[in-house]
Design a protein around this ligand. Structure first.
Ligand SMILES: [Zn+2]
Length: 289
């Protein structure tokens, strides 16, 4: 009996061990299978797959040639365009009311002197200056500047001081005044420029730049060899047209209306254009300096 019980106990102990061992073999077998499957998968991956249709070789894209840098039209090298006010000298009727010749002055002169007239053609200075001013304006605008005229008609009443004030109000960088001489030496001819003298007490701040502007315009005319320049520069210590200006200013005498040669050529569009070409280039050269 005892033997029987012992045998049963031994069997009872052995059975679970056998089960565990067998089970272990099963697990190990499964692992083997798993490894095999994984190897097969690997092999499958290595196998060349069904050839995928190759994408058609694309035509090589022609690269557009880079556009060459386009040179910008020559413009003054400033962010804001320079403002130029042009005063076509005089008006249809002289104005004999008086105004001071400069700030704080005790001296008075007519608000607007009368025009001079061509000795041969009879052309009026105020019409000539207006015609040339319009042409000059067009040229300077083409060069990239902002341009305003003090007047656009002849029948108007605008004093010397009011014209300078117009330039101030428009924040002009340069104030260009156009005239034609009819009272000086009738033997003389050609353009000349009047600027404030060094001892002009009203123009201490602008005489140097005004002189520089005049120099550049005259030199430009000289270089062009177009026979528009003769006399050069004249200075004035007390000319109201210059005295009232707060910005660099020049008074350009386009020629002599009392000289037959000048009078005749000043009446032609061709000569006016020549003058305008020289003056506008001179102004441009001054600004670009
Ligand atoms: Zn004049």
């Amino acid at each position: 009996m005892r033997k029987l019980i012992r045998s049963i106990i031994i069997i009872a102990l052995i059975i679970p061990i056998v089960i565990v061992v067998m089970h272990g073999q099963e697990i190990s077998g499964s692992l083997d299978r798993l490894t095999t499957t994984s190897n097969q998968a690997q092999q499958q991956e290595d196998r060349p797959t069904t050839p995928v249709e190759k994408p058609k070789q694309e035509e090589p894209v022609k690269k557009e040639p880079k556009p060459e840098k386009v040179e910008k039209p020559s413009k003054p090298e400033v962010s804001k365009p320079k403002v130029i006010v042009i005063d076509p000298g005089h008006q249809r009727y002289a104005d004999f009311r008086l105004e001071k010749v400069g700030k704080g002055s005790d001296e008075w002169k007519p608000m607007m002197q009368g025009s001079t007239y061509g000795i041969v053609t009879g052309q009026a200075e105020h019409q000539l200056t207006l015609d040339v001013a319009n042409k000059l304006k067009k040229q300077l605008i083409q060069k990239g500047y902002k341009v305003k005229l003090t007047r656009t008609e002849n029948v108007i009443a605008m004093s010397t001081k009011q014209r300078a004030d117009f330039a101030h109000k428009n924040k002009a960088d340069l104030y260009i005044q156009l005239h034609a001489d009819g009272r000086s030496n009738a033997q003389a001819n050609g353009m000349y420029i009047v600027v404030p003298s060094e001892d002009n007490k009203y123009t201490k701040k602008i005489h140097k730049e005004s002189r520089e502007l005049a120099n550049t315009v005259i030199n430009t005319a000289k270089d062009s060899k177009q026979d528009v320049y003769k006399k050069g520069i004249v200075t004035s210590a007390n000319l109201p047209a210059l005295n009232w200006s707060k910005m660099p200013t020049v008074l350009i005498e386009l020629g002599y209306l009392n000289n037959p040669k000048d009078d005749r050529r000043l009446a032609t569009s061709k000569y006016q254009n020549k003058l305008v070409e020289n003056i506008s280039s001179g102004i441009e050269n001054y600004i670009k300096k």
